[in-house]
Design a protein around this ligand. Structure first.
Ligand code: FPP
Length: 254
């Protein structure tokens, strides 16, 4: 049938986007945006072109998450290990938040999006930090989607810092070691105050966590795709959410 239509009209008929069930939208989606470099290489372009195109995918998927009614979207934009990349690439990546916000902040404000940053501020260049902090400040009272950029973020460092703070509280007598429970860790992580991700998406075919939200992802559903981040579309995003909706979350129960 499709072959006959294709022969008649020259191309495949467009299939409508399969939108997820609006009743069971994940509250928090975290994404490891991977494959910018390979996407660029596959097109004979420099790696930076891949990152730039990845920035456009950030806009696309932010809007898709907003439309679906996702409450938190956490995007892994730069890890504590990414400093090992060539200097020119690090510099380019550090300019992207600024460029993204210069173009998109007004629309994010219009859409009631709240921008947050999760990561270590110390090492960030001031032009990057200033742009992000300005967006955080301007959107602080917004009540819609929380767009949380993991920027200079590393989960092991985050957990070490939390353990250090707990150790200090024990040392001063403010905390009894017998009373330590999950809330003492969770409350000292950079994600404190946010629910754990319900769904983790990683693009580009890699099947690992790369030091991303190791504590918080303990019971998250995971969805991996071979698609490179710059070509990740609304349709892929919806497919991930629809797959999430088919899963039974048991949290160790039956
Ligand atoms: C990993 O893929 C990706 C990154 C280290 C950077 C991700 C950054 C963006 C998608 C843009 C961020 C935009 C904003 C607005 C903060 P890779 O480039 O290492 O890909 P590869 O594994 O194919 O080389």
């Amino acid at each position: 049938m499709f072959q006959r239509l294709r022969a008649l009209f020259g191309k495949a008929p467009a299939t409508p986007l399969q939108t997820p069930d609006t009743d069971n939208i994940p509250q928090h989606i975290a994404i490891i945006m991977d494959g910018n470099g390979r996407w660029a290489k596959s097109r004979g372009l420099p790696r930076m072109a891949g990152h730039h195109s990845g920035m456009k995918a950030v806009k696309r998927i932010t809007m898709a998450a907003d439309r679906l009614g996702v409450k938190y979207l956490t995007l892994y934009a730069f890890s504590t290990e990414n400093w090992k990349r060539p200097k020119a690439e690090v510099e380019f990546l550090m300019k992207l938040p600024q460029e993204f916000l210069a173009i998109e902040l007004n629309e994010l404000i219009e859409k009631n999006v709240q921008v947050r940053m999760m990561g270590y501020k110390e090492a960030l260049p001031s032009h990057t930090l200033d742009a992000v902090e300005e967006a955080v400040r301007q959107t602080a009272n917004n009540t819609g989607l929380v767009l949380n950029f993991a920027l200079n973020y590393g989960s092991r460092k985050e957990m070490i810092e939390a353990v250090r703070q707990i150790g200090e509280a024990v040392q001063t007598g403010a905390l009894n070691p017998q009373d330590i429970d999950e809330s003492h860790m969770a409350g000292r992580l950079l994600s404190a105050g946010m629910p754990d991700p319900d769904l983790l998406i990683r693009t580009s075919g890699e099947l690992r966590l790369s030091n991303f939200m190791l504590w918080q992802l303990a019971y998250s559903e995971m969805w991996f795709t071979d698609v490179y981040w710059p070509e990740f579309t609304d349709e892929h995003f919806y497919n991930a959410v629809r797959e999430y909706q088919r899963r039974a979350r048991r949290y160790g129960g039956v």
